[in-house]
Design a protein around this ligand. Sequence first.
Ligand code: CP3
Length: 345
Amino acid sequence: MFPLLRAARQIPGSEAPEAATVPVWFMRQAGRSLPEYREVRGEGTILHVIADTDRATEITLQPVRRYGVDAAILYSDIVTPVWAVGFGIDIVPGVGPMCEHPFESAADLERLRPLEPDIDLPYQAETIKNVVTDGGVPLIGFAGGPFTLASYLVEGRPSRTYTKVKALMFGQPDLWHQLCERISDIAIATLRAQVAAGASMVQLFDSWAGALRPEHYTEFVLPHATRILHEVADLGVPRTHFGINTGELLPLMADAGADVIGVDWRTPLSVARQRTGGRVALQGNLDPALTTGTWDVMQREVRRVLADNGGNPGHIFNLGHGVMPESDPGLLKQVVELVHEEGTC
Ligand code: CP3
């Protein structure tokens, strides 16, 4: 067994001695903080790099080699599947996902036809097979969650306020739910294809769901997140559900049925564990800003997260959100070493 899968299942280290370390990986571990990434990345939209299996395989494996992390995460993006069905979206370097014609009305549902993974994104399965053959670590697949993906499709670009997407959600609830159903169907097809190709675990990135209050999350997002997680349950791989600013939503996100809940840096793991009642493993939750600082401070903060977890076997060490372009790769490597040395499970 791999440490990642042991922790996701909350199995104590004593019951799986070969996997008795605290696993650690970093969201956005592949990317601009690595010079070797910038070398392979080239110019233009990241979507073309994702569709190039040789480069995507290499980029997926770079952080595994550099940091010694316990997992690879597929080099792709949450918008890749909607791009692949032809919605009309691009990822603009330095900005993020952008749509020339954002989602506005029922007619736009046609632009979100069902995903046929073998035809629409065959490169995804090929990259996963390459990584699983070469990598020596489990590979994490992923999809975008309903609110986060809807936010890009409706706003047409990254947003701080989510004004348009909330206007659609509150003002046209039927259309909102139809949109989320399309998004969820695409997420389910994506995740199922990733696991069929060799992914050992999956993560639903509803990164911006924390923009909603609990009652609204319950009404507008939770049924869809629940369906996605439920529809991949039979695959037998652990499922993680993640968002930032979700301190108030943690119990609801756990209700959606994941095995692991991602916790951002604002909520101590001990508090997150109380709120989720111990029924899920936790992933997190170092403040990503620390990765641009000094080892002195970092050491103290890594130990704080480990102490806060208190040796609970269900802990996957990670940042509370992603690696930043300014992150120091040397520090990240030291974090992995320290967690492996001192983490108890
Ligand atoms: O190592 C990994 O985490 C692997 C792959 C990965 C990427 N995007 C590659 C990527 C994953 C898991 C994602 C998910 C993703 N994409 C999320 C959810 C996770 C999170 O961060 O909350 C979101 C919200 C997106 C949307 C997105 N894609 C944004 C906001 C950006 C940044 C735009 C920029 O240039 O500042 C992207 C681009 C992107 N996706 C990059 C990478 C490595 C960076 C840039 C590049 O090389 O062009």
